[in-house]
Design a protein around this ligand. Sequence first.
Ligand code: SAM
Length: 235
Amino acid sequence: MTQAYNVSPIGFMRSCFKEKFAIPRQPQLAPAARGVLELVAPFDQGDAVQGLEQVSHVWLLFLFHQALEDKPRLKVRPPRLGGNQSMGVFATRATHRPNGIGQSVVKLDKVEAGRLWLSGIDLLDGTPVLDVKPYVPYADVIVDARNSMAAAAPAMIPVQWADAALAQAREHAMRLEEPLIELIEQCLAQDPRPAYQTPTPERRYGAQFWDLDVRWHYPQPGVIWVLEVVPAAVS
Ligand code: SAM
């Protein structure tokens, strides 16, 4: 019988992303996506992070806690391929995978005892984090690396604002002390809509960033228009 191992979180992510929809597909795609890794005991002491201030980026190993499944899949349909082509699970970064483990290189902005301030994240709020490791450029940068299936970052589409939505976003950015306009633009420019959907101008889309509901539509194919940025309904 295969040996099973237990792992337990060293902390939990407090993230700008409150739902899976509209989170970038990889880290670094939205530099304005920020969050704090709250370490739990015994790792919430200065000793555990001593020396980390010498490091600009870290690897996070975490659990896709909102995509865990009992039955392992061998093939998945990555959104990157339009969701209609299946691939071996080990050829993709799909969230549905054996052991549900994700990995992301993120920017380390500030270190405190018990807290790491991070940006460029692609983790949902509440994500259990299993480990943190320093990014080591001489070993982790592979200049001649190749991935023909995901050769470049997703194409960007223009994001435009209704005047009222931009005013709302400015006000909430000041309140939150966060680069909210950049966050919304960077995430929506990657066009979170499933590739198989052709949106009509009437159709409204929405996602929660921080404590805000952001709503948008597609006035024409390939253009996003932000309609409003309003306090999220309390669930
Ligand atoms: N960079 C990681 C990796 O390669 O393992 C994640 C890649 S995965 C394709 C990115 C997606 O994971 C995001 O778009 C988001 O919707 C989803 N995600 C992030 N945190 C999650 C969580 N805790 N549970 C389930 N899905 C999550």
